[in-house]
Design a protein. Structure first.
Length: 229
């Protein structure tokens, strides 16, 4: 029927005392060896591992959030810009869109390959960093007309990676080869016996063939001696 069971556990006898301020510490979780994520450093107030005490019913888990100074990791390429591993910058890539090209400042007279513009980067949405480095400048390739570039925009290179299915096939093939080698090694005596057994009929056939040849030779000699007419 509609019944329920309540279980109450009392841990008061497991600890000798209630925790005090000296039993707590401020703990910073690390993400890839970085304490700042999206411009914020988050820490928590937790009990020390060496403290054997209980928190109490009125204990509140405190969270502290501090703004981090802005770094290059707090920014990303804006619309119509792509990141170039060669230049370590966001490069304009919408040369075939006249509306976007019209937003680009006039190409400098002495431009050789690239020039900087005051946009092309943006702060990552949700990032709350303050101060630090200012927003980087974007890079534009030198153009010969308002629309068509003199050189093609740089596309960020990516390291070559084997397809996952190729890696799986190679791994399975190597596993089968190793497994077959181990089986052959463990049964090497049986394999030797089998090989000897297969070789025996061939030797017997060779001996029989030699016997037949000797017999025909003897017949030929007998014919020459007119023993067989």
């Amino acid at each position: 029927g509609n019944s329920a069971v309540f279980v109450q556990l009392d841990f008061t006898t497991a600890f000798d005392r209630r925790c005090t301020d000296q039993d707590y510490e401020e703990w910073y979780p690390m993400f890839y060896n970085e304490s700042c994520v999206l411009g914020a450093s988050i820490s928590y107030r937790r009990r020390k591992r060496t403290s054997i005490c209980f928190n109490g019913e009125d204990f509140e888990h405190e969270t502290f959030i501090k703004n981090c100074p802005c770094s290059i990791t707090d920014y990303e390429c804006d619309y119509c810009f792509v990141y170039s591993n060669e230049l370590q910058h966001c490069v304009f890539a919408c040369h075939d869109i006249p509306e976007e090209v019209a937003k680009i400042p006039q190409t400098p007279v002495n431009c050789s390959r690239y020039y900087l513009v005051p946009f092309g980067w943006r702060k990552i949405p949700g990032d709350i960093c303050t101060e630090g480095i200012p927003k980087p400048q974007g890079v534009v390739t030198c153009v010969t007309s308002p629309i068509y570039p003199s050189i093609s925009p740089i596309i960020p290179s990516r390291p070559f990676q084997f397809p996952l299915h190729v890696v799986i096939i190679i791994a399975l093939s190597l596993s089968l080869i190793i497994f077959a080698f181990v089986i052959c090694y463990l049964n090497r005596e049986k394999i030797k016996s089998l090989v000897k057994g297969l070789a025996s009929p061939s030797s017997q056939f060779k001996n029989d063939f030699q016997t037949v040849q000797l017999t025909e030779a003897e017949v030929s000699d007998a014919q020459d001696l007119h023993l067989l007419d």
